[in-house]
Ligand binder design. Structure first.
Ligand code: MN
Length: 229
């Protein structure tokens, strides 16, 4: 590639649990309001809404265990504990019944959100991009291959801030389970290896303050931890 006008961007790589292997990140999609109790706390109607999606840049992804600068331009940074699905096989118009073969693996994740910017975006009917897609906004724990965990259709998902329990849900309470999320999303975009899907958060989202640490854990998948300056 001698004709590049700039050095090619470094690939975004995430660790695989129990291995030296790395997962290359291509794109990050996120599901909004995928647990009934969280949809209610955000003022939505969990009965009627089909899943909707937003995105983060690939290089918003950071592995578990980092200390990061407190994000700029917010006075209300929120944690959102989420199951992350890593895509390993390309596809579009994927039927829910055939979605599992497109999954490479799963991880625990934290969809960090500048809630004040999101509230302003909602009020002004503007995009969520700067509320959701900022630097270091997708904390992703070590990836666990599907071959080792099987499908993640249930299991406890929690978030602790400085050791205090903030969110405590179960993957079984998703409005749209992983196979349905893949089916919906693959009708909107062609999924490709390296894509990550953050599948929504249960109730209990709340603030992280400068100097605190935040830990999202899912039974069988370990944790996604971040300390903030
Ligand atoms: Mn979220």
């Amino acid at each position: 590639m001698e004709n590049l006008v700039l050095p090619a961007p470094a690939p975004v790589l995430l660790p695989v649990a129990g291995s030296e292997a790395l997962f290359p990140v291509r794109r990050i999609y996120c599901v909004g309001r995928n647990y009934a109790d969280h949809a209610k706390e955000m003022g939505g109607d969990p009965q009627r809404e089909p899943p909707f999606f937003f995105a983060k840049p690939a290089d918003a992804a950071i592995p578990s265990g980092r200390r990061i600068a407190f994000p700029p331009a917010t006075r209300n940074l929120h944690h959102e504990a989420e199951l992350v699905v890593a895509i390993g096989l390309a596809g579009s118009d994927i039927p829910a019944t055939g979605a599992e073969r497109h999954i490479w693996g799963h991880a625990a994740g934290n969809d960090l959100t500048r809630r004040d910017l999101q509230d302003a975006a909602k009020a002004g009917r503007r995009p969520w991009s700067m509320a959701k897609g900022f630097d270091n906004s997708a904390v992703i724990g070590a990836l666990h291959p599907l071959s080792e965990t099987g499908p993640m259709t249930s299991g406890r998902i929690r978030c602790h801030v400085d050791g205090a329990l903030r969110q405590d849900g179960d993957l079984a309470d998703m409005i749209w389970p992983v196979n349905e999320v893949i089916a919906f999303l693959s009708r909107l975009v062609t999924l490709a290896p390296g894509d990550l899907i953050m599948t929504g958060t249960p109730a209990g989202v709340g603030p992280i303050l400068p100097g605190q640490s935040c830990r999202v854990s899912i039974d069988g998948l370990g944790a996604a931890e971040t300390a903030f300056d």
